[in-house]
Structure formats: C-alpha cells, structure tokens
Design a protein around this ligand. Structure first.
Ligand code: GSH
Length: 135
C-alpha cells in the first residue's frame, strides 16, 4: 500500500500526486503541513526528520524529498514510459525535475509568499527583483 503524507496545496505534494495519477497507482493521502499542521508530531518526525512534506511509505519503505519520490515511483512502475529506458530522455527528465526544485521553486517562493500569503506591507519589490531568473 502506498501512503502519501502532505496536503494538496503544496507544490511538492502536487508533483508526486501528478506522477501517482500518471502511473495509475492506488494510494491513500494523509493531509499534513500548512494549515493542517502536524509536521512536528513525533510519529511524523520519525518518518521525516526534516519536518516537511511530502513523505511516502511504500509497503514499509519510507522515502522523502519529492524529486527522489518521483524517480523511485517512476522507476518502479513506469519503466519505459514515465521513466524512459533511453538514458538521454531520462537525463532530460532529471534535468527538469532538478531545475524545478533547485532553480524555479526558490525563485517563485519569494514571489508567492509576499503576494499570495503575506500582508501588503510585507511586499518588497526590490527584494523580489533580486529573485528574477536570468537564463
Ligand atoms: N526539498 C523538499 C522540500 C519540501 C518542502 O519544503 N515542503 C514544504 C511544502 S511545499 C513544507 O513542508 N512546508 C511546511 C508546511 O507546509 O507547513 C522536497 O522537494 O520534498
């Protein structure tokens, strides 16, 4: 049985759920993090000492870090499709997974938090400008 901890508002959880959908896997998802809280509960910290979401348990195998989860699930269930057998195609997949997590997400978060979540007085345009992606 595949269990996924994490609420559906979190982009790191959403990409795991997207992969789970593409692979047609049966699962149960437990809301956690954000307004659901629970990341500091001892039972969860034992699973994921980073106290973030997502975390999965696949028949007793616990894994965290969304990029690792994507690669694990795709390799296990989608070899030749979501997990290409061609190394170059797989490398391109890795590239976008890593780029999303290491480049795009850190650039978006300072935009997302001030504009979507925080109060207007916390919005600092000059600081946001410093996060502009230069490619
Ligand atoms: N590098 C981690 C980042 C995980 C992460 O930062 N998750 C955020 C939500 S997207 C989190 O748990 N934040 C605390 C919270 O939601 O309460 C991954 O990709 O899994």
């Amino acid at each position: 049985m595949l269990t996924i901890w994490g609420n559906a508002h979190c982009s790191c959880v959403q990409k795991v759920m997207w992969a789970v959908g593409e692979l047609g896997l049966a699962y149960r998802r437990i809301d956690l993090g954000g307004s659901f809280g629970g990341l500091g509960e001892p039972d969860y910290v034992r699973l994921n000492p980073n106290r973030v979401i997502p975390t999965i348990d696949d028949d007793g195998f616990v894994l965290w870090e969304s990029a690792a989860i994507l690669q694990y699930l795709a390799a296990k269930h989608g070899f030749g499709t979501l997990y290409p057998s061609d190394l170059r195609a797989r490398g391109e997949g890795y590239r976008w997974i890593m780029w999303q997590g290491n480049v795009l997400r850190p650039a978006i978060m300072p935009l997302y938090l001030p504009w979507q979540v925080w109060r207007p007085e916390y919005r600092h345009l000059d600081e946001l400008e410093g996060h502009r992606l230069r490619m």
